[in-house]
Every structure is written in C-alpha cells, then in structure tokens.
Design a protein around this ligand. Structure first.
Ligand code: G16
Length: 542
C-alpha cells in the first residue's frame, strides 16, 4: 500500500459551526478542501485514538465519493479499522449508536443536516468522539487550529473500493467493514422500547402513523422498524428512498417544508401520529390530527410521562434544554424534583451531562429530542417514544398535549427567522444589541417593561469549560422572553433567529404564531432589525 503525502495549503474557512463544517457542495468538491478538513480531524486526534473509525452519511450528492476518499485517508493515517454503512449511509443517531456499540474512537458523518442537497446546494462533515457525541468545543477548536496550519494530507490510492455492497476487505493494514446501516440501530431501539406492545397497538388499530422521510436517510430505518418490524400499514412511510438531492426539496421537518404531511394530517384519513425527519435523521416533526406539537412541548410531555417509556422506567435523573428552547420542561423537572440544565444551542453541550449521568433526556427547539441511548438527537427514537406514550395513554396527540397544558400551564412559543441576511449587517446588529443590554432593564418598549437582559454564558459543570456569547436574552414583565442569536448552520450570508415565549395559565386555545406576533414586533423594534438589515418581516415563522 503506497501512502502518499500530498502537499496542500490551508483554506481560511474551515472553522466548524454549530454542528461540523457546512459549506456549498462545490466548495467541498474543490481539490484538497475535503481532504484538508478530514486530515485536520485526524491531526486533532491523539495517535492512540487511531483505532476504529465509524463512517457514513445522509446520502446527499457527493456522499459516496467523499466516503471513499475518507476511507483511503483513514488507511493512510493508520486507523486499524473503518466501519462504513452500506452505500455510505448512516443516520446521525445510528452513527452515534455504532460508535458506542463498537467502542470506536470516533466517527465521521457526512451531512449538512436539514440543508438542501445537490451540486449547487450544501454538503457537510462532522466529527463525533468516542462516546458518540458531536465533538465538544475544545475538540472543534483543535480541529480549526490544525486546519489553519495544515501543509499536507495523507492518502492511499483508491483500488476501486465498493461501498455499495456488504463486505470486509483490507486496505494495507486497515480492515474495512461495510455494514448494514439499520441493523445495529434497530437492535438499540428494541432495547429502548417495548416492541411487542407497539406491535399489538398497530395490529389492533389503536396506533397508526404517517412518517415522511423527506427522501433522506431515515427512509430505510423507518420502513424497516415501523412497517416491517412493528407492522404499521405498508405505505405508512412516505418519500422513503434517499435521493442525492432529496427530491429537490428541503429536508427540514418543519411546518413550512413538510407542508404535504401537514395537509394530510388535516384530512379525514389522517393517522394518529404524523411525523417527519430531516436529512441525517436526527430532527423530528410531530403532528396530531390537525395539531402541531412544538418541539419544546414535546420535550416537556416526554419528561412528564417518561416512566411510560421502558428506557426511562427507573425515572429521569435530570433533563436539559438549550437556552432558546421554551422553559416548559423546567416546570416538569421542578415537579419531578430533578435538575433541569440550560445549555447553549448545539447538541454537543449535552454530551458531558449525558456521559456523567446528570441527565437522561434532553431537547432543543430546533426539532431535536434525544435520550441517553446515544449522544445525538434522534428523530425516529422520538417517534417511537411518542407512539409509546400514545399507546399507553390511549389518547390522541392533541388530548395528551392539552392535558399537559392544563396541568403545567402553557409556554406559548415560536421562532422568527430572518434568512439570507448580509452577514456584516447581522453581526453589527447583534453587537449593537449587546452594547445596549446594560441600559435596558427598567426601560419600556412598546408598552412592555424590560426586567432583565443579558448575553448567555455557559459553564460546563462536568469539564469546567466556559462558553460565552451564546445568544442574547431579554426578559419582560409578565414572564415574556425574547432570545436573539445568529444561526451556526447556514452556508450563505447570515440567519437571525428570534425566539419568542410567553407563559399562560389560561385554558383558552391560542395560536402560537398569532399570539406571539406583538412580541415579534417588540423584538424587531428593540434590536432595530429593519434598520440594520433592511428586513421588515421574518422569512419564516415556526
Ligand atoms: C444543529 C445542532 C443542533 C442545533 C441546531 C441549531 O442541528 O445539531 O443541536 O440546535 O444545529 O441550528 P442553528 O445554529 O442554525 O440555529 P442540525 O440538525 O442542523 O445538525
């Protein structure tokens, strides 16, 4: 095996974002771009960590080609074993599960998550550590440093490796196993849930589901688990074949991009549960008949009923939410007398808490929920968890959620996104907002009194690391809260996210988007969004 040392020069845009490095696909296809970043990951690992590497992706354009390059680089860098999903497919949670099951040293997932795929769309690479968690901030900083001073990468010539069939072969001293991407994940789900009970629920008609895989990676997982194993009706999983361009759609499971599912869930044929997942299978959207379950409420409901889920039969040790996520789960934690941690946006911040056993359930407003079975958010797991609750409660989705609001009160919550902003204007707006914070408490804006305001800083209670400037919070009288932050996952310009939350004890039905519209205007005035960015309205409200 001929290990080639290829000279290279650094690219100046390889600092990982909220979740790995996401760039335009053509940027990744530029000679040396993928190789530099992958070599930087390997360089950031200690030599004794070059044991087993897990590898897979969400099937988007360039997935297979990039995986072959990475196999050749792993062999050149002295890994003893590379375990790759067949067709170079692995959902993000399945990759995390495989890393943990194999005791691997880490894994690389090729995905830009919910971003569109294709030659003119997005591609991404993320690295997970030996516990299966997204690389923590200290590691991503090391990777970035390596990417700045890189001057060579190592690779072996591709002898024509075929990742499209199950096989084991050698590349020099490296053993490469091409494995079924679903097997291990399904076995893990069988340990988390009571499959016999779910099977009975589908068999006697109390359970029914429509799962929209959005032509992304969860198709094969959902088909196998929901239809083949649990007996959901054939055709319950739609858009189940992973396509390189996700069928030309945006694989983002929200009300805007999963519009067909939303419409279906309003018809007389709607099943008990409607669900969708994103490009790499870690996000989830949940719908009842004509009813949307917000991700923050989903987390709170799961926490309140956790003991009904076999994985949590012994109870929850603690829960966590990212700062912008609504505070609904905190009320449940208080009732259960367990801690509720508040972390910055990004699943990587949950990793240490899960490893330490401080929490076993966590979630984010960005359509992510997960437990301690893996170290990633897990879309299909969340669907199985909800099916478990629905079967046990024998209630439709909306009744379960409304019961929860009656018991705990409701955090009426939504998010306004201002997408495709000029990056400099967005940063200037955030800086001006941060500067204005000390003077805000006690002032009024559009008739509301500001009680407190500040930037969010996080001190990791497990490893003691500090993360600062993770978004701005403004607290208003009456329990309203506005959060501002810039997205860390986009590939063009900047996206400003404004999160709006108010608490209501009332039993009256409210539409979250409509109820929060006035607060959205307050948020816009307060930060001068139109003045700095030229935008009068958000591009997306969810
Ligand atoms: C990623 C992270 C999530 C995070 C989200 C926020 O999600 O894994 O933990 O909440 O980004 O995105 P943004 O910075 O754009 O608000 P994913 O599903 O894109 O990997």
């Amino acid at each position: 095996m001929n290990i080639r040392t290829v000279k290279t020069t650094a690219f100046d845009d390889q600092a990982p974002g909220t979740s790995g490095l996401r760039r335009r696909t053509r940027r990744f296809m530029q000679p040396g771009y993928l190789e530099n970043f992958v070599q930087s990951i390997f360089d950031a690992m200690a030599p004794h960590e070059r044991g087993t590497l897990v590898l897979g992706g969400d099937g988007r354009f360039h997935n297979l080609e990039a995986a072959r390059v990475i196999v050749c680089m792993a062999a050149a860098n002295g890994f003893s074993r590379v375990v790759v999903g067949k067709d170079a497919l692995l959902s993000t949670p399945a990759a995390s599960a495989l890393i943990r099951a194999l005791g691997a040293d880490g894994g690389i997932v090729l995905s830009a998550s919910h971003n569109p795929g294709g030659a003119d769309a997005d591609f991404g690479v993320k690295f997970n550590n030996a516990s299966g968690a997204p690389a923590p901030a200290a590691t991503t900083r090391r990777i970035e440093e390596c990417s700045r001073r890189i001057d060579r990468y190592l690779v072996v010539d591709d002898p024509g490796i075929d990742l499209r069939r199950l096989a084991t072969f050698r590349l020099g001293t490296t053993r490469v196993d091409v494995v079924d991407p679903v097997d291990g994940y399904e076995q893990l789900m069988q340990r988390c849930f009571d499959f016999d009970r779910l099977r009975r629920g589908f068999a006697d008609g109390r359970l029914s589901v429509c799962f929209d895989a959005m032509h992304a990676v969860t198709g094969p997982y959902a088909r196998r688990i929901l239809e083949d194993t649990l007996g959901a009706a054939q055709g319950s999983v739609v858009n189940a074949t992973p396509l390189p361009d996700f069928g030309g759609a945006h694989p983002d499971p929200n009300l805007a991009h999963a519009a067909a599912l939303v419409r279906h869930m309003r018809t007389d044929d709607a099943p008990l549960l409607g669900a969708a997942s994103d490009g790499d299978g870690d996000r989830n959207l949940l719908l009842g008949r004509g009813f949307f379950v917000g991700p923050s409420d989903s987390l709170a409901v799961l926490a309140a009923h956790a003991r009904r889920i076999p994985q949590f039969a012994a109870g929850l040790t603690g829960v966590a939410r990212s700062m912008p996520t609504s505070r609904a789960v905190g009320l449940v934690a208080a009732a259960l007398e367990i801690p509720c941690f508040e972390t910055p946006t990004g699943w990587k911040y949950f990793g240490n808490l899960l490893d330490a056993g401080s929490i076993n359930l966590c979630g984010e407003e960005s359509f992510g929920t997960g437990g301690d079975h893996v170290r990633e958010k897990d879309g299909l797991w969340t669907v199985l968890a909800w099916l478990t609750l629905l079967e046990a409660a024998n209630q439709p989705v909306d009744a379960l959620v409304k019961d929860h609001w009656r018991r705990f009160g409701r955090h009426v919550y939504c998010r306004h996104d201002y997408e495709g902003l000029d990056a400099d204007s967005a940063r200037t707006m955030m800086s001006a907002l941060v500067e204005s914070l000390p003077a805000l408490p006690g002032t009024r804006v559009e008739g509301r009194v500001i009680e407190g305001a500040g930037e969010f800083h996080y001190h990791d209670p497990v490893d003691g690391t500090d993360s600062g400037a993770e978004g701005v919070q403004v607290f208003l009288a009456g329990g309203e809260r506005i959060v501002y932050r810039l997205s860390g996952t986009g590939t063009r310009g900047a996206t400003l996210r404004v999160y709006l939350e108010q608490f209501r004890e009332t039993r009256r039905e409210v539409d979250a988007l409509r109820a929060n519209a006035p607060l959205g205007r307050v948020a816009s005035t307060l930060a001068g969004i139109a003045r700095f960015t030229g935008r009068r309205r958000p591009t997306l409200r969810t």
